[in-house]
Structures are given as C-alpha cells and as structure tokens.
Design a protein around this ligand. Sequence first.
Ligand code: GDP
Ligand code: MG
Length: 164
Amino acid sequence: DRPLVAIVGRPNVGKSTLFNRLVGKRIAIVEDTPGITRDRLYADGEWLGREYTLIDTGGIQMFETDPLKAQIRGQAEIAMEEADVVVFVIDTTTGVTADDIELANALRRSPKPLVVIANKVDNGDQEYRNVPEVYSLGFSEVFPVSALSGRGLGDALDAIVGHF
Ligand code: GDP
Ligand code: MG
C-alpha cells in the first residue's frame, strides 16, 4: 500500500491549495473564506518516483454544528490514527493563532512523523518577515512554502518522502 500523507491545519491556511498542487490537479475546492471543504479527500501523488496517497483532512466534518475546535481536534485525531506522515500547515500571513498552538500540541504528542509547512510564503521578503514567528511553536524544522506558486515545495516534499 502507498504511504498515507495527511494534511492538517485550521481553515483557510491553504490545505486544499497544497493538496491540489501535490496531486497536480484541481480536486479539492479552494475557498477564499474560512469554511469547510466538501469535496474529494483522497488523491494520489508522487515525488521522485515515490508514490503516496494524500488526504485533505479539512474536508472532514462529522457534524454540521461542530465548533471549529472540535473540527480541528477531529482532523488531528484522524491524521494521527490513519496517516504515515502528517503535514501541518500554518498560515504565515495571519501569524500563529491559539488554534495553531492547540493543534501543534496535539500533533507533538503523536509518534507520527510530522512535516511543518509555513505556507503563503510567496517571496523572499515574506520569508524573512513571517517565518521566524512559526518557530515559536517549538518545532525544530519548518519549511517555508507557497502552495499557490510551488515556491519551496521541493524541500518539503523531500522531507515528506524521507519519512516513508
Ligand atoms: P484550506 O481551508 O486550508 O483548504 O485553504 P484553501 O486552500 O482553501 O486556501 C484558502 C485561501 O488561501 C485561498 O484564497 C487560497 O488561494 C489562499 N492561499 C493558499 N495558499 C496560498 C499561498 O501559498 N499564497 C497565497 N498568497 N495565498 C494562498
Ligand atoms: Mg480546504
């Protein structure tokens, strides 16, 4: 079986944009406003000949009325149970939020390999200004990426397939 790579993060950080870019197709729906993705969750990807299956956990909603905290907790649980590698996406344009910290703490308690992506780093200036704050979450390695343009994605993918 292909390794399962789960993308987690609070709404609007760019999970579906990253999913589509990694899959090379527009499958997940990208939303301009924070919300829940109701679309296909799984698709296959490949990097340097290493094949894997991706899951966009942002599309998972168990109950319509679930508060955001419960949704995020649900994502983390599913990722930690099913995934071989967990990709945690943070939005560097909004800065680190309480939800990011909660998710980071949950993921840290899991034995699953974790790749932390600082997303929406579209240029070098944004990398310099916005990425240092992400290190406050306490992870030793953070990959600055633009899911929109693909900037920095190669290094993140090397790290992901390096855990297979
Ligand atoms: P999700 O809710 O985590 O799945 O986030 P989406 O993938 O739906 O993206 C939310 C918004 O962020 C959309 O407007 C995307 O176009 C935007 N976005 C995603 N990745 C990037 C990026 O790398 N750079 C910029 N500037 N915007 C991005
Ligand atoms: Mg989404």
